[in-house]
Design a protein around this ligand. Structure first.
Ligand SMILES: Nc1ncnc2c1ncn2[C@@H]1O[C@H](COP(=O)(O)OP(=O)(O)O)[C@@H](O)[C@H]1O
Ligand SMILES: O=C(O)C[C@@H](O)[C@H](O)C(=O)COP(=O)(O)O
Length: 329
């Protein structure tokens, strides 16, 4: 099943949500308490996806709010230098801050992220800062689940989804669950379900779907798709870490994607690189099975590198890895 997109749009993807900073441990394989040096990168899941898309040759735009300070300008300049349209990245003028994600790389398998997101500017974008004329220009409108965590970003995100649907723009929902931003599991489940039911494409890990379904133990993919396919979604992607990923289409088909072997440096960045390459493949008219390969190959490249955003691969690197076909069984 191929998803059809409207042609003649100025943007392939417009992403909505946070553009922040990642501070990745330079001395890794040790706890953060013992880490003295961190390297700065642009981060934030939807910003990473937009950067990944742009690196793959797609035209990307971004809707978000950044502080009017050195960090905000660094983010805006970096994204712009990567070819992303930043015209809808609103400057906060009330002293709000850039979200910071400090990463701890204890070992390639044991990574964690310490987020500093108090008063984060991205969560203060308002409904009046979301423009219908801009959203109308996308083939895919991508929304990150974290944008739903707090008001006024929550209402701005819901308005953006509404405008996308009203204008027949495909909505891709990356569940992107970050516990620090939410008050409760129940609240997460309410807003995740609300947007997942309206989205055309939903992407998340098994654990994130468990949040959406408010489950206390691991759910099963069949129950998830039985629920979502009663609503708008045409394509549902459920990721299972190194065990690979599954895609389900509304016409009853399912596909399995295998993870590609690599020398893993850290595990974060996998999801964002996966999403950008998966969307690239779908937008390029490739079938769902190929899109799973593109997503998995891109993720495998990024987990072998130090950053999430700067490490996003080009199409040729992804295709070379797919050719090698060196997957985990
Ligand atoms: N250790 C790994 N080696 C190679 N590929 C990986 C590894 N971990 C994850 N991936 C790839 O990245 C994809 C997304 O990873 P996952 O951990 O499920 O998402 P997230 O980063 O959003 O939590 C997986 O489906 C897999 O293809
Ligand atoms: O999303 C964030 O705010 C942090 C990211 O920038 C960071 O690179 C990361 O956690 C990416 O993780 P992923 O979800 O595994 O792609």
């Amino acid at each position: 099943m191929a998803i059809s997109f409207e042609e003649n749009k100025a943007f392939d993807v417009i992403a909505f949500g946070r553009a922040c900073i990642d501070l990745n441990a330079v001395e890794y394989n040790r706890p953060m308490e013992e880490t003295m040096t961190f390297q700065k990168y642009v981060g934030g899941s939807p910003a990473n996806v937009a950067i990944g898309c742009s690196k793959l040759g797609l035209k990307a735009g971004f809707i978000g709010k950044i502080p009017d300070d050195q960090h905000g300008r660094f983010i805006e300049q970096y994204m712009s230098s990567k070819g992303i349209d930043t015209s809808q990245m609103v400057k906060d003028t009330e002293g709000r801050k850039t979200g910071l994600a400090f990463t701890e790389i204890l070992s390639p398998e044991e990574c964690s992220i310490l987020m500093y997101r108090e008063n984060a500017a991205d969560l203060y974008i308002t409904t009046s800062e979301v423009q219908e004329e801009y959203i109308k220009q996308a083939k895919i409108f991508l929304i990150s689940g974290t944008a739903l965590a707090q008001s006024p970003s929550r209402e701005a995100a819901l308005k953006a989804v509404h405008l996308a649907k009203k204008n027949n723009i495909k909505v891709a929902f990356e569940l992107d669950y970050r516990p620090y931003t939410w008050q409760s599991r129940e609240e997460t489940a309410v807003y995740y379900s609300l947007v997942a039911e309206k989205a055309d494409i939903v992407i998340g890990t098994r654990e994130e779907y468990d949040m959406m379904e408010n489950l206390s133990s691991e759910g099963d993919n069949q129950t998830t798709i039985d629920y979502l396919f009663q609503h708008e979604p045409e394509l549902v992607v459920i990721k299972h870490g190194v065990d690979g990923s599954y895609a389900y289409t509304k016409d009853g088909k399912s596909y399995q994607g295998k993870a590609y072997k690599t020398k893993v440096l850290k595990t974060f960045g996998a999801g964002d690189s996966y999403a950008s390459a998966f969307l690239y493949a779908i937008l390029s008219g490739k079938d769902v099975e190929s899109a799973l390969k593109y997503g998995s190959a891109s993720a495998s490249i990024v987990v072998s590198k130090h950053s999430s955003s700067e490490a996003m691969p080009e199409v040729s690197e992804i295709e070379a890895l797919i050719q090698e076909n060196n997957t985990y069984v």
